[in-house]
Design a protein around this ligand. Sequence first.
Ligand code: PGA
Length: 251
Amino acid sequence: MKKLIAGNWKMNGGSRDCAVLIASITETLAATPDLLDKCDFLVAPAFIHIGIVRALAHGGGDLVIVAGQDCSEYEDGAYTGDISASMIADSGCSHVILGHSERRQYHRESDEQISKKAERAKDRGLHIILCVGETLEQRKAGEQEAVVAEQLKLFLGGGFDHSNLTIAYEPVWAIGTGESASVDDIRTMHEFIRKKLEENLAHPEQVRILYGGSVKPDNAAEIFGIENVDGALIGGASLKSDDFIAIAAAV
Ligand code: PGA
């Protein structure tokens, strides 16, 4: 399976910045087909920029997948400020990130809420990138596997279309800190998640497991060399086209 190189742009930049960034990424990819042979590419802009990014992401073919960063747990109605899964699908996105630790932390999202969002996303045929990962306190207490198992639990049952699921392991303490998890930590957790998929799914091999948390051009090769790492979810380094591409080139 190709590696997935996914950029989470979070709440950064204006429409012009996003247009310049996606144009630069697609221009480079169009000129380096071997990168497209090895990797799939995805970017998740803020909702307001999805239209412009979508329009530019497809230059000459489906070069870059465009994703939402979140969706509402409700179908539609009086939920001021929220964006529904159908709106995301309607804007041309095929994927949506759910359960990012910044949503869990700043918006108090629970696993139950995230699984309702996943239901809405599934109803709209969106591919879900489910983020899981422990906090520093949980890791210090040795609880990381229990925490991730709990976060995965609601997603490994019967009703899910697992061909439309990607897991992103993102230890909370490694996000935006410049300090990625160690090779051993990543290997152990990815192996644990892979085992959970194998125990619960008919086709576990369809599910990619990404690593996220301070992935940069200078640590990407080491991270991609770890077994069961099927790509990366990249925050800060995805905001510079050169760094984003350099990470893919490390595959
Ligand atoms: P980071 O963010 O690469 O800036 O650490 C990763 C993420 O939050 O997905």
